[in-house]
Design a protein around this ligand. Structure first.
Ligand code: 5GP
Length: 222
């Protein structure tokens, strides 16, 4: 598991290690979640992205195994039946699911996992693994800005953009189900805010393994 503090602090006292956490980011599309995720991953070497499986078509520039595992509906169904997903949901007419195995391996090893999943998936993760989940909802600064961002994302056809705009209002109603809220007015500031959340959550007593022994030795003057 990853170390919580530097070697100089723990030397001779036994290591305090911690279980990884699941950092879940949700937002209506166009709020800036993808960019925030990319910057977080660049800045934090203990954070890895959960790569979902999806039945939706690959967009230009997307890479199999990096952006998604692109699968057909039959394969997706098979994975559902084999309980290979930590959570799955139908979003905008396509199915999306989080492969369970890589996430469990990462958490065990003390690595943190970043999820870009919707509110339905978040609810399932909370039901199944509340203590490992840290949930963040990202809001756009205004409807006008959301509309502007969706229109400049050229990959999607106009009817898809209109559909997402209509659904954004509905998605945003789920903000009450999240631990933290970020209004993405300034990208750099929003990234710093998520980093602050991560830094604090990593120090939560419940995640620390070996803490009891560490304090015992401290108290015994070792
Ligand atoms: P997109 O098709 O634009 O990549 O993603 C559409 C929506 O699906 C986004 O809101 C994204 O958060 C959500 N999504 C992506 N992967 C998953 C997943 O594995 N599970 C769930 N529940 N939602 C996902």
């Amino acid at each position: 598991m990853a170390k919580v503090h530097g070697d100089d602090v723990i030397e001779g006292l036994g290591a305090i290690r911690r279980r990884g956490l699941m950092l879940i980011l949700s937002s209506p599309s166009g709020a800036g979640k993808t960019t925030i995720s990319r910057l977080l991953l660049e800045k934090d070497e203990n954070l890895e992205m959960s790569v979902s499986a999806t039945t939706r078509q690959k967009r230009p520039g997307e890479v199999e195994g990096v952006d998604y595992h692109f699968v057909d509906p039959t394969t997706f169904n098979l994975k559902v039946n084999r309980r290979e997903f930590l959570e799955y949901a139908k979003v905008f007419g396509n199915y999306y699911g989080t492969p369970r195995e890589p996430v469990e391996a990462a958490l065990q090893a003390g690595r943190d996992v970043l999820f870009d999943i919707d509110w339905q998936g978040t609810q399932q993760v909370i039901e199944n693994a509340r203590s490992d989940a840290v949930t963040v909802f990202i809001l756009p600064p205004s409807t006008k800005e959301l509309e502007r961002r969706l229109n400049t994302r050229a990959q999607d056809p106009a009817d898809v953009v209109a559909n997402r705009m209509a659904k954004a209002a509905d998605e945003m109603s789920h903000y009450t189900e999240y631990d933290y809220i970020i209004v993405n007015l300034d990208l750099g500031w929003s990234v710093a805010e998520v980093q602050a959340i991560l830094a604090a959550e990593r120090l939560k007593r419940q995640r620390l393994v070996g803490l009891g022994d560490f304090v015992k030795r401290l108290r015994e003057g070792q």
